[in-house]
Every structure is written in structure tokens, then in C-alpha cells.
Design a protein around this ligand. Structure first.
Ligand code: HEM
Ligand SMILES: [Ca+2]
Ligand SMILES: [Ca+2]
Length: 303
């Protein structure tokens, strides 16, 4: 079976409104929630498909959750999905999967920040296989991946280069901890500060993560200057040599990706269109449907 538009038309017509209300109130109390919700969706879909595997907690010593992978460093808002799920359960018990709620919450996070309204097909089911930090380690891209590796990651989701550049525009929201960009700042072998030789390593990043006086897992820099707004500033910022992650910095320099970076920097609507089609591809990858998997009652446990 395939995902479909209008999947909950009869079984839970209110679901989109409930998710939207939930994300709105969470954003009021913490304006950085949308960034967390959007990244959560990527990290769920990248490991075993969009099946809410990332929400599972370990239930005994033997079962390691995906969150045990260091690649999930900085992932937040898992509890928010649980809260929205309990609101949905109250209205329509046992109808809506946690996997669909992750996608709808990410979609809402984009809209509420000023981005496009992406129409997403629904009908995902939740995984019943135990989560694996080893799979997360293998499937999630390292924070210091380059353009080449990045294009391979998104080609596996059927994305064109244009769409790959567009989905990276997600870095228009949120933050990166200094921990995530340490390899840009200092040599991994010697721990000595690197010269500014690396492309796009701007003073702004260096001063946001001053080596020496650094607590890398609490200090952070903004991914773009309008960190709460889903706009095309990310591309302009990257072209000015202020891309925060290695891939952000290299995209404007690589001949394969540079033309799209330039176009998106001056064509917001073109970015939104390519982003929307990329988002549908990412959110449809490796999904369980029909009789596969389950609809979990509580998102962090396999019942
Ligand atoms: C090759 C692909 C990618 C790499 C290597 C990458 C890497 C990273 C890293 C290292 C961070 C910083 C995390 C931290 O220090 O807390 C980050 C943040 C973020 N990423 Fe990505 N990312 C990629 C693709 C994506 C995609 C496809 C999305 C969404 C669909 C996304 C959304 C975000 C968001 C919203 C943040 C900010 C999170 C926050 O503020 O909590 N990223 N990314
Ligand atoms: Ca998953
Ligand atoms: Ca922005």
C-alpha cells in the first residue's frame, strides 16, 4: 500500500488541526521548537525510514535506543511528539501513528516559521523492531560530511541535486553546537587550532566557538542570521562564506551545487518549491504502511 492524501479523512479529520495547535503552543513557550521538530523528522526518516523509531526509549539494558548514537547529538523535541500524540489519542484513539505525527509536526514547524505549506501524504505505521544505535551510527551523516557524501545521502531518497540543495535549506532554522563543528576549528589529531584555510570558515563561527574557553556541547552558533525564520537567508549567508557546517560552507563552492545555491539566494519561491518536493520525498522514504508495523499507543514504547 501507498501513502495517501486524505488518509485520516474518516478516522481522524481533526488530526492536522490538533498537531498545528500543539506546535503553536509549544512554539509560544519555546520559539526554537520548530528547528528541533524539523531535525527530528530528518533523523527519524534517515534510520529505518519514517517509522518513529527515534522516539523509542530503551526498555532494558540490552535494548539500546537510537539516541545512544552520537550522531543524534543535539536531537530534541522527542517529548513534544509524545504530548501531541496524547492530544490526538484523546480525539481519535488508536488511529494516528507517531510516524505521521512527526511528519505533520515538522510540516507545521516550517509553516509557523514562515515557510511553505507542504502537502504531505499520510498513512505511515510505527515500527515494532527494537531501535539500534548501530543502525543510527551507520545511516546518519557525520556532521563534517562534504558535498559529495551529502549528495549520496539524498540520492538514496530519490532527490535531484536541486532538491538536495533545497532540503539543506532546513539549516535556515536553528543552531549548531560548537561540538558539531569542532573538526572545522581544530585538528582532530593534535587538538591545535586550524588556520582559516578551510573554505568558508568565517570569523563569526570562530568567535562563536572560541577555542580554549569552550564548552563544546553547550556553546552554539546560529545556522543563519534569521534562525527563527524559514527563509532563503541560509543561501545568502553561505555565499558570504558564513556557512556553519562544512557542507553549508562547501555548497556555494562546488560546481555541482553552486548554481542552485545562487538561484535560491535570490529566488525564495523557487527554493520553497524545490524544498517542498524534497520534503515529500524524504518523508516518504522507507515507510511502513497497511498491515506493516503498528499504531503505537505511546510513542516511546512498543506495547
Ligand atoms: C548531509 C546532511 C546533513 C548534515 C550533515 C546535517 C548536520 C547537522 C548538524 C551537525 C547540526 C547541528 C546539531 C547540533 O549541534 O545541535 C544540524 C542542525 C540542524 N539540522 Fe541538519 N544536517 C543535514 C541535513 C538536514 C536535513 C535534511 C534537515 C531537515 C529536513 C536538517 C535540519 C536541521 C535543523 C532544523 C537543525 C537545527 C536543529 C536545532 O536547532 O536543534 N538537517 N544539522
Ligand atoms: Ca526511523
Ligand atoms: Ca533563516
Amino acid at each position: 500500500e501507498k501513502l495517501s492524501y486524505g488518509f485520516y479523512e474518516r478516522t481522524c479529520p481533526q488530526v492536522e488541526d490538533i498537531v498545528s495547535d500543539g506546535v503553536q503552543s509549544m512554539t509560544l513557550s519555546d520559539p526554537t521548537s520548530p528547528a528541533g521538530l524539523l531535525r527530528l523528522m530528518f533523523h527519524d526518516c534517515q534510520v529505518q525510514g519514517c517509522d518513529s523509531s527515534i522516539l523509542l526509549d530503551p526498555n532494558d539494558q540490552a535494548m539500546q535506543s537510537e539516541m545512544g548514537s552520537s550522531k543524534n547529538f543535539g536531537i530534541r523535541q522527542r517529548e513534544s511528539i509524545g504530548i501531541i500524540k496524547s492530544m490526538v489519542e484523546e480525539a481519535c484513539p488508536q488511529q494516528v501513528s507517531c510516524a505521521d505525527i512527526i511528519i505533520l509536526a515538522a510540516r507545521e514547524a516550517i509553516v509557523i516559521s514562515g515557510g511553505p505549506l507542504v502537502i504531505v501524504p499520510l498513512g505511515r505505521r510505527d515500527s515494532i523492531s527494537p531501535p539500534s544505535y548501530k543502525l543510527a551510527d551507520a545511516m546518519l551523516p557525520p556532521g563534517n560530511i562534504g558535498v559529495d557524501g551529502m549528495l549520496q545521502v539524498f540520492a538514496k531518497h530519490g532527490m535531484t541535486i536541486e532538491e538536495s540543495v533545497a532540503i539543506l535549506g532546513s539549516h535556515t532554522l536553528g543552531i549548531s553546537h560548537c561540538e558539531s563543528i569542532l573538526s572545522r576549528l581544530q585538528s582532530p589529531e593534535t587538538g591545535k587550532p586550524k588556520s582559516a584555510a578551510e573554505p568558508g570558515l568565517d570569523l563569526i563561527i570562530r568567535s562563536g566557538c572560541p577555542l580554549g574557553s569552550l564548552t563544546p556541547n553547550t556553546s552554539f552558533v546560529f545556522n543563519d542570521p534569521t534562525t527563527l525564520i524559514f527563509d532563503n537567508q541560509y543561501y545568502d549567508n553561505a555565499m558570504r562564506g558564513r556557512g556553519v557546517l562544512r557542507v553549508d560552507a562547501e555548497m556555494p563552492l562546488d560546481p555541482r551545487t553552486a548554481p542552485f545555491v545562487q538561484r535560491f539566494a535570490s529566488d525564495r519561491d523557487g527554493f520553497f518549491r524545490a524544498f517542498s518536493s524534497a520534503f515529500v520525498k524524504l518523508s516518504s522514504s522507507g515507510v511502513l504502511t497497511g498491515n506493516q508495523g503498528v499504531i503505537r499507543e505511546v510513542c516511546n514504547e512498543i506495547s
